[in-house]
Structures are given as C-alpha cells and as structure tokens.
Unconditional design. Structure first.
Lengths: 257, 286
C-alpha cells in the first residue's frame, strides 16, 4: 500500500516534469519556427505562389521548382539567406523571372504551394514593381531612359510612359507608371534599371499596396446611377405643450444672484 | 579481405547514403536523365523519380496536414509510396541507409568510443516520441510544419543537393551534441523523424532474426548497436527476431556475431521458436 502510493506520487512527479520540459521545449521551438518563418517580408516567391502565410505552411521545401527553372532564377533559401529557410525565392537584380509560358516551376511543385490552377503566367502576382526613388530615376530627371518600360515583358500594360509638360523651353518629362492590374512582379525592370542601385524595385504585394476601405464611394467614378428615389427623413416627433411650458418657465425664472 | 567482408553492411550503407545524395546532385547539376526526365528531382523532403514516381517525406506531409493545409496529391501519393516502402523494408532503414545525418552521428559515436568518453547527459529514449508528438502539436499551433523549419536533416541535405550555403551548421550541431552531451543523442533520443519511422517499423517485413539457441550472450552485438535496447534477448528470443521498431536494420550486429545467431530475414519466414525453449545462461566470450 505504502509502496504503491509512493510509486503513484513518483508517477505524477515524473509526468509533471515531462510536461514541463515539453512545454518549455515547445515554447522555444515555436519561437524559433515563428522567427524563422517571419524572417523577412521581402521574399519574392515563384509564379503562382499561394498567399504567403499559406505558402509557408504548404511548401515542403523540396526545391523541385528550383530544379526546373531554366534560367536559374529560383533559389532555395539556406540557413544564411535573408528568407525563410528552405523556401524558394528570387532576387530580380540577380536574375529576374522570365515568365516561361509553360511555367515549369508551377508544374514541378508537388505540394500545391504554387497553385497548379495558374492558367497564364501573366496572371501571376509575384510582387509589384514600385518606382521607389523618383529623385534618382533618370526619367524623372528629364532623360529619355524608359528602359524599364521597353524591357517589360507585359509590354505597355504593366508599365506605361506618361508625359508631364513642364512649361516653355523645357521638354516634357516622360515617366514610367506601373499598373498593378497588369504587373506580375517578374522583376525585369529592376534587373535592367541602369542605375547602380535600381530606382524601380519589386516588392511583395502586401508590402507595396494599400488596401482601400470598402465603404469609400467615389461619386465621380461610381457606376451606380444617380436617382431621385430617396426615403424622406422620418419626421421629428411633435413637442407636447408640457415640454414647451417647462422650457418657457425656465426662461422666465429669475436669475439667482 | 575478411575485414572488409565483415563490414559489408557498413560499406553498403555508406555507398547508399552518398549515392542517393549524388543522384540528387547529379540530376540537378549535371543533367542526369533517364528517358528524358531527371533521375531524381528534388530532395529528401519530396522528389520525383524519373519524372514519374512521386516521393515525399510522410512526416512532412503529416505536419502540413496538421497545419490544416491539404497538400497536393503528389505529396500525399509520394508519402504513401514512402510509407509502403519503409513499412516493408523497416521504418528506420531511412535512418541508417538514407539519412545524411547518420554518418555524422556515427563519426561522433566512433570518436566517443576511441576517446573512451562516457555519457554526460542520459536522455530517455522515449523523449523522441514526445518530440514527435510536439512536432504535430506545434504544427497545429503555429500553422507551420514545425520540424521542417528547424530540421538539421533538411539543412544538410538541401545544402548538399543544392550545392550552397552553411547547412553544415546543422551537421556540426549534431556532431557536437552527440560527442559532448549524449551518446547517440540526436538519432537515438531526440529526432522525431526517427521516432516516426520507428512506429512505422513495427510492421516491417525485413528484420534481424535471432536464434536464441546458439547465442552465447557474449554481448558483442550490444556493444556495436546504436539502439541496444532492441537486442532484448528475452523478447527477441521468444519471437525469433528483433521486434522493436527502433531497430534500424543497419546490419552492424549480424556480421559481428561470432555464433551467427543474428541475420537478416523476412519476417514471414522466421519460425517462432517453441515456447519451452531452454535459453542458455549468459556466459562471457573469452
């Protein structure tokens, strides 16, 4: 009886110790995993990558997309890479994505982290090109550079050139404008920018884009027709005579001094 | 020559371990092809054999499922193929014949033997089962395949196959841990992948058969076995084979046995010894 109680107490003590160790180890482990997965918001993923948080859960880190990339654009992040470990990414300034029409990286993916339903590579959203530095962009400084526009594979849709007249005796500015509905984030523009550090860079879309509020209604753009059909505002309730009298009494009261 | 013959499984294992990494590397960097398809594209987490057969790490697939994401059919099918394969040849065959950490752990164990270092810390072998459980719990909690993010196995094979980086850090960490902290510390006590394959290995068809009638209990096998608890003479003697799923089928014990009491066999072919078997008393080999 005594021995049994003793062993039971020992059992509980051991279980508690085990659970404590597991909780501590688990917390450290979760911290490491979380830190690793959210190492950087700047990782550019292959075409067809599902939203980043789902991508991080689903990618099995096999590198088959990397193996089938004909341009060696894609790389697998190693321990020292500035990107979550084992996941595929690319750096446009090194090698951009050349948007193969048959998208071999997506076809190679066994896990579905790259969406096999991506029908057209031009529909992919690897990121969004952003003209980050207007002060140094040659086009904004008045040169007819426009290399990003000319090299863009989604020609004249992802990047267009707008001219801005600057008054007499100075020629107009011809500046590149990126359109988010057509830009795939392939990074050719960033790759070809002639500056030592590119003025235009591809950023992940979550980082580059604002989210417009749902309730905004731009009247001059809206497609809902303006009509005269409106609900009249509900009539204010009639004030009773008692309320009026009370108000008058108040006004007629003597002001205490 | 006899020396080499007695180490035949060790040589075969090293050839297999390096060969698999080499085929991965060759398919990626040197364009090794069969019928127009890369021989083995991918890495140990998931791959495609000759452009046809999907293979996937079943524990990785399980972790992805635990994050409430359903991977594509290739990963699920690949995991099934791997489960069936190791279910037959022995779950932890992965550990001793494929895993790139095995040579590292073996080197640490060898150095420990040479230096005569005793264990500093003695973890329980069942800790790895807890780590396995924790792997799945944390995957569900963090929404990330928990082990895949910190796996030294993944670090090492990725850095070898994709030819880059500092994945050797993972190998170095295990080497130091095994050398300085705990004998067979990683593979024998902590690795959740080993624990997973240990569970799978319980149904394995290729096993080490044990003939208790010829065994003299010299203990040579125990000295070389990385998981010595699997060589439980009582259990193994009664079943006629090594029952535990923790056995890695590494083949260290079979050539070393002076009596030839141990040898690989198909489980179905192993005859259960009679229950009234007189097991000889322990006697030290001279």
């Amino acid at each position: 009886m005594d021995a049994k109680q003793h062993s039971r107490r020992e059992f509980f003590a051991r279980t508690a110790r085990g659970a404590g160790a597991a909780a501590l180890g688990g917390a450290v482990w979760a911290y490491l995993v979380h830190g690793q997965a959210h190492a950087t918001p700047f990782a550019l993923r292959p075409p067809g990558a599902i939203p980043e948080s789902d991508f991080l859960s689903t990618c099995i880190k096999c590198g088959q997309c990397v193996a089938d990339c004909p341009y060696d654009t894609l790389r697998l992040a190693d321990v020292a890479a500035p990107v979550p470990i084992g996941t595929p990414y690319f750096e446009p300034r090194e090698v951009p994505c050349y948007m193969c029409p048959d998208v071999p990286c997506v076809r190679a993916c066994p896990s579905g982290a790259l969406d096999p339903g991506l029908a057209n590579v031009e529909a992919s959203e690897m990121g969004l090109a952003v003209l980050l530095d207007r002060e140094n962009c040659l086009s904004y400084r008045g040169l007819r550079c426009e290399i990003c526009h000319r090299e863009c594979p989604v020609q004249d849709r992802a990047i267009t050139i707008e001219n801005h007249p600057r008054g007499l005796s100075r020629h107009a500015l011809f500046v590149p404008i990126v359109h988010s509905d057509a830009c795939t984030g392939c990074g050719v523009c960033e790759n070809v920018c002639p500056l030592p550090e590119p003025a235009i860079k591809v950023l992940p879309r979550e980082l580059a884009q604002a989210r417009p509020a749902e309730h905004y209604d731009f009247g001059w753009q809206t497609e809902t027709p303006i009509t005269q059909e409106y609900e009249p505002a509900p009539a204010a309730p009639e004030a009773s005579s008692e309320d009026l009298d009370a108000g008058l009494d108040y006004l007629n009261e003597e002001i205490p001094r | 020559m006899t020396g080499l013959w007695s180490r035949r499984y060790l040589v075969l294992r090293r050839v297999t371990q390096l060969g698999i990494l080499l085929v991965f590397f060759g398919s990626l960097h040197w364009g090794w092809k069969v019928a127009g398809s890369p021989v083995l594209r991918g890495d140990l987490s998931a791959s495609t054999l000759v452009g046809l057969v999907p293979l996937a790490d079943p524990l990785a697939a399980l972790q992805i499922l635990a994050t409430r994401h359903v991977p594509d059919s290739s990963v699920l099918l690949g995991a099934l193929v791997v489960v069936l394969f190791y279910g037959v040849v022995g779950g932890r065959v992965f550990c001793s014949w494929v895993c790139p950490i095995n040579p590292v752990a073996d080197l640490a164990a060898w150095m420990r033997r040479k230096l005569g270092w005793k264990g500093t810390l003695r973890l329980d072998r069942r800790v790895r089962d807890w780590v396995l459980g924790l792997t799945l719990v944390l995957s569900a909690w963090t929404g990330l395949a928990a082990f895949e993010w910190i796996s030294p196995i993944g670090m090492v094979h990725r850095s070898v196959i994709f030819g880059m980086g500092v994945g050797w850090i993972g190998a170095a960490a295990i080497f130091l841990f095994d050398l300085l902290v705990d004998r067979q510390g990683w593979c024998g006590h902590l690795c959740p992948l080993g624990a997973f394959y240990g569970l799978l290995g319980r149904a394995a068809q290729i096993r080490v058969a044990f003939d208790a009638t010829t065994c003299t209990r010299c203990g040579d096998c125990l000295a070389v076995c990385p998981e010595p608890h699997v060589l439980n003479f009582e259990h193994a003697g009664a079943a006629g084979l090594v029952v535990s799923g923790d056995c890695t089928n590494c083949g260290r014990c079979t050539p070393i046995c002076p009596e030839g009491s141990l040898g690989f066999a198909w489980r179905a072919r192993v005859r259960r010894p009679p229950t009234d078997l007189q097991i000889p008393r322990a006697r030290r080999a001279s």
